[in-house]
Design a protein around this ligand. Structure first.
Ligand SMILES: [Fe+2]
Ligand SMILES: [Fe+2]
Length: 445
């Protein structure tokens, strides 16, 4: 983990440095240390670091630099970052390695423990970044956002420890998996799609288990309308959580490769479906649905997708929802080799994917559930203001729900909570676009 602790730099300044750092490391990893792209990214990073106010402290833990879950290790890229940061130190920046451990521990203990110097906390890890130093846009959504974030964080850590233990011992802690699934199913039943809020923050993550958690949360939110009760939803959720469990046996360098896979690597990667089903079938206390989802979630009609089963096998409705949730998460999330898609563009891409015609019902359900009316969706109004959807309003028009305004026309975040039924505004307002989290890209064709 790398920690940037600052006294005087703003969130935006630190955040742009971290993005530049990630761009530099990614470019260096993909194109090599001497490639002009890496050099350009380094120049940009240096410029940004130089623009930080004096007194900003950058602390990096050289034991394991991780950007959004992507382990960067002690690569030559990291050495260059070190050099870059040290140069800035000479100009008034304090840089030291190993500082993040205490900060992380303090954050993990929620204020207790070995507390780092006051007023110096901005963490790269967006989960904690949002909690400790909330962006103005997010501050307005606290504390319910904080709650969802805690659940998300707990889920990622829970799944990660199950997978790490599963990888070393070959046995999954099915009790822990059941607990995670039941907790999220309960939360979705009680609080609706609020549980999805942290996904918006974490779209840039390429970390495998975070992808699994995102798919798990999206699918659980969508599958609520197919489940008879909370217990059944928890069973569906469990299958979603484990859909990529077969990746536990895929070599790390293929799993975390920042660029696109070669045909040979792709073949190895595609084995995660069969491996997943094999692992899950060996656990008698898991439902058959878990193995079916793991095996079928990349299948498509007409010989597209994989694996190609010897017997005719079709995914059922639950698997279909998990499959489209999986594709949505992958398309709207950040990948080092392409920009994230907007929600609308991703839905259209899935619809147009060969062999996906029979998944139309699942895709419609997903689009309806997570569409503009879904509570928590960030939207742009025809007035130019930004808002978060709270729930259906008095009007039957889907574009006129009750919203919470988050920013005025000039894109300035609002300090106080303003709720508005769009049909009762003067003049009445409508949603004109859904704002893609983080990237801020409006939905388009
Ligand atoms: Fe998969
Ligand atoms: Fe997946």
């Amino acid at each position: 983990m790398i920690t940037v602790a600052t006294r005087v730099a703003t969130f935006e300044q630190v955040s742009s440095v971290l993005h530049a750092l990630a761009a530099f490391v990614t470019a260096t990893r993909i194109y090599g240390a001497d490639h002009p792209r890496g050099e350009r990214a380094l120049v940009q990073l240096r410029g940004l670091i130089d623009s930080l106010p004096d007194g900003t402290r950058v602390l990096a833990d050289d034991a394991g630099l991780i950007w959004e879950g992507l382990p960067l290790g002690n690569s030559s890229a990291f050495a260059a970052v070190h050099a870059c940061l040290r140069r800035r130190e000479a100009a008034g920046l304090e840089f030291r390695a190993g500082g993040s451990f205490h900060t992380a521990r303090w954050l993990a203990s929620d204020g207790g423990g070995a507390r780092p110097p006051a007023d110096t906390i901005v963490l790269l890890d967006s989960l904690h970044e949002a909690v400790i130093h909330p962006h103005p846009e997010l501050a307005e959504r606290l504390p319910e956002f904080r709650e969802s974030l805690a659940l998300y964080d707990e889920t990622v850590r829970g799944l990660e420890s199950v997978m790490i233990a599963g990888g070393t011992q070959g046995v999954l802690d099915t009790d822990a998996i059941g607990r995670i699934a039941r907790r999220v199913a309960r939360s979705v039943c009680r609080h609706g799609l609020r549980v999805l809020a942290p996904i918006e923050l974490l779209q840039q993550s390429t970390y495998t288990w975070r992808h699994s958690v995102n798919v798990f949360l999206i699918a659980t939110g969508v599958l609520q309308s197919l489940a008879r009760d909370e217990e059944e939803l928890a069973a569906f959720a469990e299958a979603a959580l484990l859909h990529d469990v077969g990746k536990a046996v895929i070599p790390e360098e293929i799993l975390n490769k920042p660029g696109e896979l070669t045909p040979g690597e792709r073949e190895v990667m595609e084995r995660h479906t069969e491996e997943g089903a094999r692992i899950l079938l060996a656990h008698r206390d898991l439902s058959r649905l878990c193995a079916t989802v793991a095996y079928c979630h990349h299948m498509r009609d007409g010989g597209f997708g994989y694996p190609n089963p010897k017997v005719r096998m079709r995914p059922g409705p639950v698997t279909e929802v998990i499959q489209v949730a999986d594709m949505l998460e992958a398309l709207t999330g950040h990948r080092p080799y392409r920009a994230p898609m907007s929600f609308g563009a991703a839905v259209q891409t899935i619809r147009a994917t060969p062999g996906m015609a029979s998944r139309a019902a699942a895709l419609d359900l997903l689009a309806r559930t997570l569409g503009d009316l879904a509570p928590g969706a960030n939207v742009r109004l025809d007035s130019g203001e930004r808002a978060t959807v709270v729930g259906p309003g008095a009007s039957a028009d889907a574009a006129q729900p009750i919203v919470r305004l988050t920013a005025d026309r000039a894109d300035q975040a609002l300090g106080q909570t303003v709720l508005r039924d769009l049909s009762e505004a003067h003049p009445p307002r409508r949603i004109v676009a859904r704002i893609l989290p983080r990237a801020g890209v409006p939905d388009g064709p």
